[in-house]
Design a protein around this ligand. Structure first.
Ligand code: F6P
Length: 355
């Protein structure tokens, strides 16, 4: 065993399922394999600004001996996705030293990792990153913690909406999260058999959407349809003109619903569901737990090896370290309009727009 070390962990940015599972993995491996002391920083960098840290013990067992961390959504450490940390970097660096921290594992998306990495460089911290985001837009990793659960949550919601849509012969528009990336819409849309998928990476035309819906109705006798809309699509639909900065005051799902009603050659009964933060909640999927366990273990090992400035990444079914600087240079990671998933969606009859 190596000498005791004070390792800190924080979760930063929007929460997602799997954060507690990764905290559990880090604490277990650091304690069992290295006998280190692990401290949790509450509310990400806000905790460092406030000079706060709490000891984390290996098993947060409940009264019946169950470890709730594996299956609990959210983060027991709390998190923030805004703040003026960099403007107050001196205070953060001073508090980090005062707490006697020797290494930091930061769990976050690309925005959080950029801030944490800058602080780590300034403070000469030993820093390892773990990617998490339901948007799956962190570059150089095929998966981030939280994405798989969110996809499953959306698929479950669309399954439910499909039955009510079919009962009432309705077009059901489902808006999903993802910021500037369409991974959630694309993967959940394919997995739930959506008829239309609109993503920020591919231009679309409302005329073509309506023609597709008419074909479903006239040729295939389909009396309902499911339209998945990523929150980050551009209102113009014509992305060659550059993204319009004028966003409608309503949700993009409602906007597309209005456009379909205005453009359709026949009367359509349209309803809109904005899934919102439901996509961030819930019990982590088995895949997200596997990712959390693998990432947590690998991050602790990187600390033990004296590495810094690295992010653990999932590539070809295994965990590999990549330089955080490279990750940030290539983020956000967007959907490749020529990817096989796009071709698969089209081959199965989904309207998804085109370049
Ligand atoms: O980045 C994760 C995410 O859930 C995005 O998909 C979404 O646009 C955003 O966070 C919502 O942020 P907030 O929780 O601040 O509303």
């Amino acid at each position: 065993m190596t000498s005791a070390k004070r390792l800190a962990i924080l979760t930063s940015g929007g929460d997602c399922p799997g954060l507690n599972a990764v905290i559990r993995a880090v604490v277990s491996h650091a304690t069992l394999s290295y006998n280190w002391q692990v401290l949790g920083i509450p509310y990400a960098t806000q905790g460092l600004l406030d000079g706060q840290a709490m000891p984390l013990s290996m098993h947060g067992l409940d009264l019946r001996g169950i470890d709730p961390l594996l299956s609990m959504g959210g983060t027991i450490l709390g998190t923030i996705n805004k703040g003026d940390t960099l403007a107050r970097a001196d205070e953060v660096l001073a508090n980090y030293q005062a707490l006697g921290l020797e290494a930091l594992i930061g769990v976050g998306g690309d925005g959080s990792l950029a801030i944490l990495n800058q602080l780590a460089v300034q403070g000469n911290w030993q820093f390892i990153a773990i990617p998490k985001t339901i948007d799956n837009d962190v570059a150089l990793t095929e998966r981030s913690i939280g994405f798989d659960t969110a996809v499953n949550t959306i698929v479950d919601a669309i399954n439910r909406l499909t039955f009510t849509a079919s009962s009432h012969d309705r077009v059901m528009v489902v808006e999903v999260m993802g910021r500037t990336a369409g991974h959630l819409a694309l993967q959940a849309g394919i997995a739930s058999g959506a008829d239309v998928i609109l993503i920020p990476e591919l231009p679309y035309s409302v005329k073509d959407i309506c023609a597709h819906l008419a074909e479903l109705r006239d040729r295939w006798k389909r009396r309902f349809a499911i339209v998945v809309v990523a929150e980050g699509i551009h209102p113009t639909g014509d992305y060659s003109q550059g993204a319009s900065e004028t966003r409608p005051s309503c949700s993009m799902g409602q906007y597309i619903a209005n456009e379909i009603m205005a453009c359709s050659a026949y009367p359509v009964d349209v309803r809109v569901s904005v899934l919102g933060h439901i996509q961030r909640g819930g019990i982590p999927s088995a895949l997200d737990r596997l990712l959390a366990a693998s990432f947590g273990k690998a991050a602790v090992d990187l600390v033990a090896q004296g590495q810094s400035g690295q992010m653990v990444s999932w590539q070809n079914g295994t965990v590999v370290p990549v330089a955080i600087a490279d990750v940030l240079a290539h983020s956000p990671f967007l959907v490749d309009p020529h990817s096989s998933l796009i071709q698969t969606a089209r081959a199965l009859g989904t309207y998804i727009g085109s370049l």
